[in-house]
Design a protein around this ligand. Structure first.
Ligand code: NAP
Length: 329
């Protein structure tokens, strides 16, 4: 049996960890790329995959580092997930976000083009690229109008992929993913922040949760299901771009109210602070996932409130296990 090799950049992030788990379950050899020795590998440890993958350190801003990886491992698939992934952070560090999120992609495509054009590449594009929305639902043909430095960087990277695919006949597919959540999301992201803060308030460890503009609506999904679509894209003989989304939007206010009710915390314990509003914001966005469902046979039927139930339970269980293990002698 031929064992496939996949390289995953940003392997220690939320999606990298779930994708590693998925590919290992399918018998792949997984090479995970991190940017520095001190990287936090907790997410890989949590999913019990850290000792099953090979970790490599590489600076994706240096093409040579990618050349070395390709030569050493000769992968069939290359999943590029590494990115400065926070919209909020991109307003604070716009230039660094743009530089890394675009040049790393260019280097990967250029290195693969020279080494072996048969390597199939997945690029992590983002629904944020659509920005100022004209018509809903978003489809693969909707116009891009990014409204944050993060979205601008992702749009640029996206079209770099289209360029290499069309000009050099490379197998490059982009997943245009809408927000997707899991227990492994960093606490700086909205849903994880709401759940962890609400639990802290319920335990008397935090007074109040301050949030920004919660009237905006987003299309939220479940990360372990979204990484399945990444793998499916690279199994198709023809590369393409796919929206990966739930097809429905919910407001941030609905999410906070649901979490506070579920955990039993008074809703007076959160407040919206206009100082936390962003300079520009997408008001409402949701996508049409029929291309992914029909072409990739990707299945997705979750309501986001069911996902919130799962996330709250996982958070509470892990907290309980942590405090139980602290009590051990
Ligand atoms: P994540 O948890 O924030 O992980 C991002 C990964 O990229 C981490 O491994 C991080 O490494 C690495 N990274 C960040 N800045 C880097 C830099 N300057 N140089 C090298 N590596 C860097 O993100 P995720 O949720 O897994 O998302 C995966 C990809 O999908 C990202 O490209 C993101 O932009 C995109 N995306 C995500 C969503 C979503 O809702 N999650 C939606 C659309 C698109 P460190 O740990 O060292 O920082």
């Amino acid at each position: 049996m031929n064992i496939k090799t996949a390289i995953i950049t940003g392997v220690n992030g939320q999606d990298g960890a779930y994708l590693s788990k998925l590919l290992l379950s399918k018998g792949y050899r997984v090479i995970g790329v991190i940017r520095r020795k001190q990287a936090n590998l907790e997410k890989l440890r949590y999913l019990k995959v850290l000792d099953k993958i090979t970790i490599e350190i590489a600076n994706l801003l240096h093409k040579k580092a990618i050349d070395v990886l390709l030569e050493k491992y000769k992968p069939q698939e290359f999943y590029n997930l590494a990115a400065q992934s926070s919209v909020y952070e991109s307003f604070i560090s716009p230039k660094a976000t743009f530089e890394f999120n675009t040049l790393s992609v260019f280097n990967i495509l250029d290195a693969v083009k020279q080494f072996d054009k048969n390597i199939r590449i997945y690029q992590a594009s983002s629904s944020e690229m659509f920005g100022k929305v004209n018509a809903l639902p978003i489809t693969e043909n909707s116009i891009l109008h990014p409204v944050s430095p993060y979205a601008i960087s992702k749009a640029s990277a996206h079209y770099t992929c289209v360029f290499f695919r069309e000009s050099y006949q490379m197998h490059v597919s982009s997943g245009i993913l809408f927000n997707h959540e899991s227990y492994l999301r960093d606490t700086t992201f909205f849903v994880k922040k709401v759940i962890t803060s609400c639990i802290k308030i319920s335990k008397g460890e935090l007074d109040i949760l301050e949030v920004g503009n919660i009237s905006i609506k987003r299309d939220f999904g479940f990360a372990p299901k979204y990484v399945e679509a990444m793998h499916l894209m690279l199994q198709k003989s023809t590369p393409s771009d796919y929206l990966i989304c739930s097809g429905k939007s919910v407001s941030l206010k609905e999410i906070i109210d649901y979490v506070f009710d579920k955990i039993g915390v008074d809703k007076a314990k959160y407040k919206s602070n206009s100082e936390l509003f962003r300079p520009s914001e997408i008001i409402d966005i949701y996508g049409d996932n029929s291309k992914a469902k029909n072409t990739l046979n990707w299945d997705y039927n979750y309501s986001f409130f069911d996902i919130l139930d799962m996330l709250i339970n996982e958070e509470l269980e892990n907290r309980q296990n942590e405090s139980a293990s602290k009590k051990l002698p």
